[in-house]
Design a protein around this ligand. Structure first.
Ligand code: SF4
Length: 118
């Protein structure tokens, strides 16, 4: 069942794949072992692939039409409609983002984010 993010989680949501340098650690696109290009490696969950396929935000990125064997360049994939929609909606409809994105890219309490105090 999809967990509805709290207003605090939405407020804290900072997609690292979009973040300006310095504001967060930033994330680079990733290519899965099965040949799909993703906005970051955190969306690649081979150990829980069935659950990822139930996620209507992420599953379109695994459409066979977006497989690297079916495209000439990575640019062809990242400029595709599913990819552009995913990236656009991170900012336009953050409340609808994947649970994975909320888990990994909410600043306070993100267990994967190293925080240093000066
Ligand atoms: S988890 Fe989602 S929001 Fe965070 S960097 Fe990856 S794709 Fe972007």
């Amino acid at each position: 069942m999809k967990k509805t993010p709290t207003s605090q989680e939405i407020q804290n949501f900072q997609p690292k794949c979009l973040g300006p340098e310095g504001a967060n650690v930033g994330r680079s696109i990733a290519v899965t072992a099965t040949g799909f290009v993703l906005p970051c490696c955190w969306l690649d969950r081979p150990d829980n692939f069935d659950k990822i396929m139930e996620d209507k935000k992420i599953s379109p990125l695994f459409d066979e039409a977006l497989h690297i064997d079916n495209n000439d360049t990575i640019e062809d994939i990242v400029s595709s409609d599913p990819w552009q929609k995913f990236m656009r909606e991170l900012t336009e409809k953050p409340e609808e983002s994947s649970y994975v994105c909320f888990e990994m890219c909410c600043t306070p309490g993100n267990r994967h984010r190293k925080q240093e105090k000066w």
